[in-house]
Ligand binder design. Structure first.
Ligand code: ZN
Length: 167
């Protein structure tokens, strides 16, 4: 691999997540990235989106995304829900987190996906960010199948949530 500092093909893997340059001593840490996911429920139904991009294009997913620099989980989820769905939320409840692997343009990223429950009393009007999500679905909680979900973390989260809510 090429070093991002000296541009030589001198980057050597060192341990689980560190890469060190043999020439200039630069060290790159391929750290875990934080992500947030909204478990949005309303009147016994769950809001899921269909992914418009790889990885897992066409599969269902919880709305959400990666946490930006200097952002909290809560700020990131509010921002992502507004960007993806034009949905404004104020109250969320932390549920649990699950690790995930996210393959993007041939690079494998390890993430920690943080799930928050958002309970709505009425179905909101939503406007999709078409580059990210191709449609949204309200599915009855008892009919959502874990295998329809895009990622291991999402599948684990759905299973855990259904147990937690007694479905
Ligand atoms: Zn270097």
């Amino acid at each position: 691999m090429f070093c991002v500092k000296c541009a030589q093909p001198s980057l050597v893997k060192q341990g689980e997540k560190a890469y060190r340059c043999n020439l200039c001593d630069f060290v790159y840490f391929h750290n875990v990235a934080a992500a947030v996911c909204g478990v949005i429920v309303c009147q016994g139904q769950m809001l899921l989106v269909e992914r418009a991009q790889q990885p897992c294009k066409g599969k269902l997913d919880f709305p959400g995304g990666f946490v930006d620099y200097n952002e909290s989980n809560e700020q990131a989820l509010k921002r992502e829900l507004f960007e993806e769905l034009q949905l404004t939320i104020n109250v969320m409840q932390y549920l649990f987190s699950f690790p995930n692997q996210y393959l993007y343009k041939d690079v494998l990223y390890s993430t920690l996906d943080n799930f928050f429950e958002i309970t709505l009393h009425t179905k909101p009007a939503l406007t999709l960010q078409q580059e990210e999500v191709s449609r949204y679905l309200w599915l009855d909680l008892e009919s959502v199948e874990t295998k329809e979900l895009a990622f291991a973390s999402g599948q684990a989260a759905l299973a855990e949530y259904l147990i937690k809510t007694g479905q």
